[in-house]
Design a binder for this molecule. Structure first.
Ligand SMILES: Nc1nc2c(c(=O)[nH]1)N[C@H]1C(S)=C(S)[C@@H](COP(=O)(O)OP(=O)(O)OC[C@H]3O[C@@H](n4cnc5c(=O)[nH]c(N)nc54)[C@H](O)[C@@H]3O)O[C@H]1N2
Ligand SMILES: Nc1nc2c(c(=O)[nH]1)N[C@H]1C(S)=C(S)[C@@H](COP(=O)(O)OP(=O)(O)OC[C@H]3O[C@@H](n4cnc5c(=O)[nH]c(N)nc54)[C@H](O)[C@@H]3O)O[C@H]1N2
Ligand SMILES: [Mo]
Length: 691
């Protein structure tokens, strides 16, 4: 931990809490190291002309430059020529303010966020089946009570270590854990059974499991009749998913399929969870749907200790997807194309409904249109580093370079910030108040532990200052040189910088929507150690458990949807004979901006690597540690080989945390799911060469 001169010493210590039960992962322990890191930005940066280096600037200069450039672009090309890109790590208050800023201050329809890379397929599948998208519709502690737990494409041993306590509980109670992953991961090693499918074949596996359950007579007839609709077509569809054929397609032996179906169907309580391994595909929505179909046919959702859930990823992965930073969304998980929702939110925002823009486009389509004849010419990024994390990243990088204006708000010089015209230094987690909503839909309080360093402002202050200047109401800052943004009273009222004031408005904007926060107050959140949405009434109950009586669909029933397997968007061929998949390692976080700067984590995971099976390595003449190239139709990555019998011999894996030569997203495919817009991060065709 670091001692800040004159400031309080901040240490991150776990406290007993029902979700993580006092556990905190390695990344949490070391996050405090970043607060006073020498790389921390403490002054705005500005590029005087294309090609010039970034130089330090005052806030006045930086904000004036941003606003002048936005005005110039919008005068020439219209309001939609400016776009906003947000992040699922932002607090609820910031996510809300960002969505409002885009629609009200910029009047653009173009806003989307990195949750599109993360949560969108499970969200879309949950919405169409259950009528609502909440990662877990039950408290996390239910995991410990399940007789059988099926984890599909999730590696919580590395990505959500605090969750392992619940898995340990489950095992201690005699429960069974089954993991579906093309790699024998740290999580799979703890499982009673590991299914090791070819990437991109989970949908077929799910349909085969349902096929077996129906053949064996394990259908929960009463539940299906009373609580669901649309089963008959699903029954007809899965009838064609013969286990032997699915074994040929996926590589999962019939015996494993049968044992898994039995383990789910013949116990009292069973839970099916998906994460990015199953979801980050051009058929991610249908794949999740196939697992939801299975859960519904077995009568799981709505029963304690049973159901389907999605393991939400980022810090505020759940809350970040509810308050309007999605292209098609308004606060409270309302749809922006719903006339009643528009009326309600326009009223809260104090604008005529006709001024409220319509839906924009999903993240990849947005990034891929930047700087083109029809796309936005200016982009403001809050909380993402797409140069590293976007699919087909070289292309995205070149789109960013084509912009007239790129603004990045960050506390570090991320690879995306390096391309920016203006970089705005913002506060970190320990320096601002707010709320986050975890994967259980539980709103939690996050407290400021200290002031931001001099020269640094919060995201909310930056949005407030930009909104004020865009409204033409900003005072001159000459006398308060570089003391930071201070908006006029009128603009301050519309874009308050105080997170609690923002939250009060969020409550009103979400009232009556699917994610209803009207009854959630900061006080209540603290008193009750979190409040589960929906919670419409400050005096009424919250909702830890959904679906006990009915589903929030028009007829109260959950909906089956027939789904069929289709191949990956890019199939292997003679030139690109191997499957490439990507994911995470324990000691690095996301695009790595933060974790690559922490010594302890850099020591634990110093560089990118390519994981391949020893048999494959033999064929390629590659030894442990040799530099290899992974080449796809879009580009290549170069990193040392790591030989491991834990991966399928027809598949290679690389983590995506590193920029430069080892950047996994130089290789990945930009094909997206037609419903969710989720990119196919988890499979494309490559060849591997010794470099
Ligand atoms: N250490 C660490 N923790 C993190 C993060 C981090 O970057 N680092 N990021 C956070 C975020 S935002 C997220 S979204 C979560 C993600 O959490 P996870 O979803 O657990 O993480 P991933 O490693 O992306 O993917 C999980 C597994 O999917 C497998 N997989 C690949 N292709 C397929 C496939 O086709 N089918 C199946 N069944 N499995 C497949 C991979 O081998 C991998 O082990 O983690 C969060 N926690
Ligand atoms: N190949 C491949 N690519 C992937 C994935 C994969 O599995 N494989 N996973 C995808 C997934 S699930 C995700 S979530 C994305 C994540 O990837 P990104 O969207 O790039 O997310 P981060 O790396 O968390 O980037 C956050 C950036 O914002 C800054 N930041 C953090 N907090 C704040 C804040 O409060 N305010 C502001 N203004 N800035 C902040 C950080 O310093 C950092 O530079 O990557 C996706 N990309
Ligand atoms: Mo994520």
């Amino acid at each position: 931990m670091v001692l800040r001169e004159g400031g309080p010493r901040i240490e991150v210590a776990p406290r007993p809490f029902p979700t993580n039960r006092g556990g905190l992962c390695q990344k949490g322990w070391t996050a405090a190291d970043l607060l006073d890191h020498p790389d921390r930005l403490t002054s705005p940066l500005l590029r005087d002309r294309p090609g010039a280096p970034l130089r330090r600037a005052t806030w006045d200069e930086a904000l004036d430059r941003v606003v002048a450039a936005i005005r110039a672009v919008q005068d020439r090309h219209g309001p939609d020529a400016v776009a906003v890109f947000g992040g699922g790590g932002l607090t609820n208050e910031k996510a809300y303010a960002l969505g409002k800023f885009a629609r009200v201050a910029l009047r653009t329809r173009h806003i989307d966020y990195n949750g599109r890379w993360c949560m969108s397929s499970a969200a879309a599948a949950g919405l169409r089946a259950f009528g609502v998208d909440r990662g877990l519709p039950f408290p996390l502690a239910d995991l410990g009570r399940a007789d059988t737990l099926l984890l599909v494409g999730a590696n919580p041993a590395e990505t959500m270590p605090p969750l392992l306590r619940h898995l340990a509980d489950q095992r201690a109670r005699g429960g069974r854990l089954i993991v579906v992953d093309p790699r024998l991961t740290a999580t799979a090693r703890q499982a009673d059974r590991h299914l090791q499918p070819l990437p991109g074949t989970d949908l077929a596996v799910a349909n085969a499991l349902l096929h077996i359950a129906l053949t064996e007579g394990w259908l929960d007839r009463t539940y299906v009749a009373d609580r669901t609709s649309g089963f008959d077509e699903v029954r007809r569809t899965v009838a064609g998913y013969w286990p032997a054929e699915v074994e040929r397609l996926s590589g999962v032996p019939v015996a494993d399929l049968e044992a898994t179906a039995r383990a789910l169907a013949t116990v009292d309580r069973a839970i099916i969870l998906t994460a990015r391994g199953a979801e980050q595909h051009a058929k991610g929505v249908d794949t999740v749907t196939a697992f939801i179909n299975l859960a519904l046919a077995l009568g799981l959702p709505g029963r304690p200790g049973s159901g389907y859930g999605c393991l939400t990823g980022q810090g505020n992965g759940q809350g970040g997807r509810e308050h309007g930073q999605k292209a098609d969304q308004l606060p409270g998980y309302r749809r922006i194309d719903d006339p009643a929702a528009r009326e309600h939110v326009a009223r809260v925002w104090g604008i005529p409904v006709s001024d409220l823009p319509g839906p924009g486009v999903p993240a990849y389509a947005l990034l891929d249109s930047l700087g083109t004849a029809t796309g936005p010419r200016a982009l403001l990024v809050f909380g993402s580093n797409p140069v590293v994390s976007a699919p087909r990243a070289a292309r995205v990088e070149s789109r960013l370079r084509d912009l007239d204006l790129l603004v990045v708000a960050d506390f570090l010089r991320s690879e995306t910030a390096e391309l920016a015209d203006v970089v705005l230094p913002v506060a970190q987690w320990a320096e601002e108040d707010g709320t986050m909503t975890n994967l259980e839909g539980r709103v939690l309080r996050r407290r400021a532990l200290r002031e931001p360093p001099p020269g640094v402002h919060t995201d909310l202050e930056v949005l407030a200052a930009l909104a004020a200047r865009l409204a033409g109401g900003a005072p001159s800052y000459r006398r308060t040189h570089n003391r930071g943004p201070r908006p006029t009273p009128e603009a301050a009222e519309r874009f308050p910088a105080d997170p609690q004031v923002v939250f009060e408005e969020l409550r009103r904007a979400s009232a009556g929507g699917p994610a209803d926060y009207a009854g959630v107050t900061w006080e209540r959140v603290e008193r009750d150690e979190g409040v589960f949405w929906p919670c419409p009434d400050p005096e009424g109950p919250d909702t830890p458990r959904l679906f006990t009586e009915s589903f929030p669909t028009p007829d109260g029933r959950a909906r089956f949807h027939p789904v069929t397997h289709r191949p990956a968007a890019e199939e292997v061929c003679a030139d690109y004979p191997l499957h490439f998949t990507t994911g995470r390692v324990l000691a690095q976080y996301q695009s790595g901006t933060q974790t690559r700067r922490i010594d302890a984590l850099r020591r634990a995971a110093p560089e990118g690597f390519v994981e391949l099976h020893p048999d494959l390595a033999d064929r390629l003449g590659v030894a442990e540690g040799d530099a290899v190239r992974v080449v796809s139709r879009r580009g290549e990555l170069r990193a040392p080989a790591r030989l491991s019998p834990a991966i399928r011999p027809d598949t290679v894996f690389a983590p995506f945390h590193w920029p430069g030569a080892a950047r996994a997203n130089s290789v990945t495919n930009d094909a997206v799911d037609p419903v969710s817009g989720m990119p196919e991060f988890k499979i494309c065709a490559v060849r591997v060469e010794k470099a």
